[in-house]
Design a protein around this ligand. Structure first.
Ligand SMILES: [Zn+2]
Ligand SMILES: [Zn+2]
Length: 240
């Protein structure tokens, strides 16, 4: 015969698996466990490591970025108990008052995690405190930039402010494309770009948008992993 009373407190209402709703919520948890969190953030641009690749920062503000990165990464680390439905995950990241970061610095933080959801229609709220570490490092792009690295030189001929502005904005929207430096000449600008394929795409975009002619040449500048590495020069000759 079915038990009509809560096995824990003896209440006789709305039984779920022989418990009243209150006791059911106490007996069951949403989270089975969470896997260890590995947080690596670039000290320079705020991008973060996700499955071994660098992702663009989540927010321009350092502290907000850290909070959002943690929330994003943590979301993937939680393992729910069978039947648990997650409705909301809040994480309050307690950062040190004076946050000083640099390459290789490690910051200890305390995560106050609030998990809200349900099992069998019973609302359950849980909270956890998880001490964790944020490791700061320099991402590949920033490393490249610091070494004045470039893979392509985009020559804009003649000078055209609109085109230069467009190039600058375009690079800001591409994750791997950065301007390492710009050289000014009487007859135009040389814009040094971090990534060759993206630079080539940019050349094509400029041609479509501003007209004119785009030509590319290549020069060997070294060897890497037994292969020749080329630097490209892309000349954009604008119509007059
Ligand atoms: Zn009960
Ligand atoms: Zn970076």
């Amino acid at each position: 015969m079915m038990n009509r009373f809560c096995v824990t407190c003896g209440k006789e209402k709305d039984l779920v698996n022989e418990f009243c709703r209150g006791c059911f919520a106490k007996e069951n948890s949403l989270l089975k466990h969470f896997k260890e969190l590995d947080i690596v953030i670039c000290e320079n641009c705020g991008s973060y490591l996700h499955k071994n690749s660098w992702q663009k920062q989540e927010h321009k503000d350092l502290e907000k970025n850290i909070e959002r990165v943690i929330l994003k990464l943590f979301n993937e680390k939680i393992v729910l108990n069978p039947g648990a439905e997650l409705k909301r995950l809040n994480i309050n990241t307690e950062l040190p008052k004076k946050l000083k970061i640099g390459n290789k610095s490690i910051v200890n933080v305390n995560l106050c995690i609030e998990v809200i959801g349900s099992i069998k229609g019973v609302k359950i709220e849980e909270s956890y405190e998880v001490p964790t570490q944020i490791k700061f490092s320099t991402c590949n792009n920033c490393k490249k930039l610091r070494g004045n690295y470039y893979e392509a030189k985009l020559q804009i001929r003649p000078k055209n402010e609109k085109v230069l502005k467009f190039v600058d904005n375009y690079c800001k929207t591409k994750k791997n494309l950065f301007i390492s430096k710009i050289e000014e000449y009487k007859h135009g600008w040389d814009v040094y770009l971090s990534e060759q394929k993206e630079a080539r795409n940019l050349g094509n975009v400029l041609k479509k948008k501003f007209g004119g002619e785009v030509k590319e040449s290549k020069k060997i500048f070294g060897r890497k992993d037994g292969r020749d590495v080329y630097r490209a020069t892309i000349v954009v000759r604008l119509e007059k």
